[in-house]
Ligand binder design. Sequence first.
Ligand SMILES: C[S@@+](CC[C@H](N)C(=O)[O-])C[C@H]1O[C@@H](n2cnc3c(N)ncnc32)[C@H](O)[C@@H]1O
Length: 209
Amino acid sequence: MIRWSTAAKNVLEDYLAREKQESELMKSLPVSEGMQMRDQWLLQVGEDVGAFLHTLVLSKPNATILELGTSYGYSTLFLAHAAKQSNSKIISIELNANKQQYAQQELAKAEVAEVVDFRCGDVLETLANLDMQVDIVLIDIWKELYQPCLASVLPYLNKAAVVIADNMVFPPHHKDDVDRYRHYLYDLPQLKSSTLLEIGSGIEVSVFN
Ligand SMILES: C[S@@+](CC[C@H](N)C(=O)[O-])C[C@H]1O[C@@H](n2cnc3c(N)ncnc32)[C@H](O)[C@@H]1O
């Protein structure tokens, strides 16, 4: 159970209400129509993965966390709430400025925005100029970018860094990109361990040297 502050709990409840509404609407639409509207959706990791991320962040105090794909800030809320308690900081990258502004406003309402460095821009360009080493990475970007993002992030990983990739199981139309990510991952000599956890849309959790 996450011990939310009152301010963060209120913001979470708004996200959960929106998640419920969107999930019903999404089910009523053909996949192609849903894809066309994708910038309107939260595209959230969901509460189970959020809780996992929260616990992971609490377990690594003083960490630098990299989030690839802020969207509207749902996953950032879980990461930031834990980061504030564990003296950690987050760099969250997103291409869509409107989404990231929304995320920043919500996190300010939740009183956790100060632990997040929001960087608006293309993920691969931003990673090419990253100025720090990182301890936790959440990859939750468009799926064709998963493998290139992992390749770009490798030089910045601290010892025992944990890399989490979302949407490993659902939705199934990402299978080719997911397979490309996992084949690349499993061939890495620096990989210590990797496990597919069937929570939310399925997350691959990997530990690096
Ligand atoms: C699945 S959503 C992230 C969801 C978020 N992690 C959450 O759980 O709330 C993926 C995000 O990646 C962003 N994105 C896609 N391509 C990008 C790129 N080249 N650079 C930066 N962000 C990108 C999209 O705009 C979208 O908001």
